[in-house]
Design a protein around this ligand. Structure first.
Ligand SMILES: Cc1cc2nc3c(=O)[nH]c(=O)nc-3n(C[C@H](O)[C@H](O)[C@H](O)COP(=O)(O)OP(=O)(O)OC[C@H]3O[C@@H](n4cnc5c(N)ncnc54)[C@H](O)[C@@H]3O)c2cc1C
Ligand SMILES: N[C@@H](Cc1c[nH]c2cc(Cl)ccc12)C(=O)O
Length: 519
């Protein structure tokens, strides 16, 4: 049987274009790729914050920051800043920074035992101080904030994210304009031979085995292929609607099912650019603020059971202030959960068509990146070996199920308890294994033995951060620390404080660095 070498992608949002460009970078002219997108059905229009792992995607495409960042109004993201999840006025950071260990115990455990200040994030990580001070992670000459952070010259190349996990933690991710990235990747892909068809898919035709034979477009007739990639967003036109793959909802655990978003132009030179995403808790959800070069992207993510669309929009406008007055709001309904399997027969869904777990912690683009890496790894041969599909489906399902747990911790852990939404957050159903983990984490901080046991992008130190920052579950330190010499730990806390101070004093501001990149 012929090896599948004709790929048809339906959908031209972030998922469609990331998939097209990655497949071209991986397989070049040995694979023919056609991407069909409608100019009548819009993209979701949000999705601007990433994981640090995204740099592997750009490296794979051989793109440098100087190439793509200015074209996408991109900025750096050193952390997520959580505001008001514990109580009004409180904030903490979830940074891209490895946590150190002293005498075999993580520094956060020592912090619980005898932290020098009230701020675990500032005591244990330098990034928290850099975020508070609005610093760039690079010096004006381009060098990275610390020499021991990853230097791309020494890095192993060609590893997938799951293979890379546990190696060096890269110190930042990016924010970018989703529409501009899709445009940039359109150029990248079409330059490398991707056929771009602007048209609407009106029908999807199956053969006698129930595999997709071809799609029918309005103006370009039939388009056939070997492998079809469903990037049609929440519609799930190929996988869910045509191939009837059921959708497994996560909404019992994660009730936020709506969002209202605004794109607000601001004078960044005057205001400065925070080097982080901000997630501010609200009465029925939370508001994201994503700083880009020239505007912010902001939106209220909420549960329709607790808040109406009008209330959410009003609250968001009040939060942003007068700059948002003339800006049109984008109301979005979200499908929370995942397809039971993302690959059936000769159809693979990537992006929102595969699954989505609300934007907290910005995992949507990470899911896409992970999916395309796995697709290359499990790419089918002429015999369409079912075990390859099964391997792919398990990897994709595990990533989403794991992230579901991580997000559930934010709500269960939040000390905030002042509205019906936040009260109910403490009693929402969670998977049994997670309920046990919540209990265990209160007496022993999360480690690789006690978090979701399959790769899902989040290391145990991310869980510790959310547990300590949200403040509701009140973990206690390991009893062994009372019997352990703490000389080295006092030195470590002092070293972090000194390093943070020196970095804040010497690094340029985030705005200054990005402005220099554009000259
Ligand atoms: C409120 C919200 C905030 C988010 N924030 C983040 C974030 O900060 N970070 C992050 O990583 N992710 C985020 N995400 C997720 C992120 O937006 C998505 O993962 C990403 O944009 C991928 O979307 P997509 O390409 O799958 O779908 P879409 O953008 O919806 O694109 C669907 C495409 O399919 C096409 N299409 C549909 N039907 C047809 C048809 N019949 N014929 C032809 N074409 C068709 C459309 O024209 C469009 O091109 C967020 C999502 C939401 C809902
Ligand atoms: N693999 C992820 C893990 C990670 C580590 N720290 C953070 C912080 C945030 Cl805000 C998201 C994700 C992460 C990565 O490095 O991107």
């Amino acid at each position: 049987m012929k090896n599948p070498d004709q790929v048809v992608i339906v959908g031209g949002g972030t998922a469609g274009w990331m998939t097209a460009s990655y497949l071209k970078a991986a397989f070049g002219d040995r694979l023919s790729v056609t991407l069909v997108e409608s100019d009548k059905i819009g993209t979701i229009g949000v999705g601007e914050a990433t994981f640090s792992d995204i740099r592997h995607f750009f490296e794979f495409l051989d793109l440098k920051e100087e190439d793509w960042m200015p074209a996408c109004n991109a900025t750096y993201k050193l952390a997520v800043r959580f505001e008001d999840w514990r109580e009004p006025g409180h904030h903490f950071y979830h940074p891209f920074e490895q946590l150190s260990s002293v005498n075999g115990f993580p520094l956060t455990d020592w912090w619980l035992h005898s932290g020098p200040t009230e701020r675990f994030d500032k005591d244990c990580y330098v990034m928290a101080s850099l975020c508070d001070a609005g610093r760039s992670p690079r010096y004006l000459g381009g060098s990275l904030l610390e020499h021991d952070a990853v230097d791309s010259d020494d890095e192993p190349v060609g590893m997938t994210m799951s293979e890379y996990q546990g190696r060096t933690q890269f110190p930042y991710a990016y924010h970018f304009e989703a529409a501009l990235l899709a445009k940039y990747l359109t150029g990248y892909s079409t330059d490398r031979g991707v056929r771009h068809v602007i048209d609407e898919v009106q029908d999807v035709l199956l053969d006698e085995r129930g595999w997709i034979d071809h799609i029918v477009t309005k103006d370009h007739g039939e388009i056939s292929g070997d492998l079809f990639i469903d990037c049609t967003g929440f519609r799930g036109l190929l996988l869910n609607k045509t191939l009837d793959v059921p959708f497994v909802s996560y909404q019992d655990t994660l009730p936020n099912d709506r969002a209202v978003a605004l794109q607000v132009p601001l004078d960044m030179q005057q205001r400065g650019i925070r080097p982080c995403t901000t997630a501010t808790a609200q009465d029925a959800g939370w508001i994201w603020t994503i700083p880009l070069f020239g505007r912010i992207g902001t939106g209220y993510v909420y549960a329709g059971d607790y808040c109406t669309a009008d209330e959410a929009e009003r609250r968001l406008r009040e939060f942003v202030g007068p700059e948002a007055e003339d800006v049109e709001a984008n109301h979005i309904r979200m499908r929370i959960g995942r397809s039971e399997r993302s690959w059936k027969n000769n159809c693979v869904a990537v992006g929102l068509a595969s699954g989505f777990v609300e934007p907290l912690e910005s995992t949507g683009i990470f899911f896409i990146h992970h999916a395309v890496e796995q697709l290359v790894k499990y790419f089918p041969g002429g015999d369409w070996q079912p075990k390859l599909r099964e391997g792919y489906n398990a990897a994709v399902a595990n990533v989403m199920d794991g992230v579901r747990e991580f997000l559930a911790l934010h709500y269960r852990g939040a000390a905030r308890n002042d509205t019906p939404y936040w009260k109910d957050a403490k009693t929402r159903p969670v998977p049994d294994a997670l309920a046990e983990r919540f209990e265990r984490w209160q007496v022993q901080l999360p480690d690789s033995e006690s978090v979701f046991p399959y790769y899902h992008g989040l290391p145990p130190f991310s869980y510790m951060c959310i547990l300590l920052g949200t403040g509701g579950l009140r973990p206690s330190p390991s009893p062994a620390l009372a019997l352990t010499d703490d000389t080295a730990v006092r030195k470590e806390f002092a070293a972090i404080r000194d390093k943070a101070r020196s970095l804040v004093d010497t690094l340029p501001s985030h705005y200054e660095y990005l402005a220099a990149m554009r000259t």
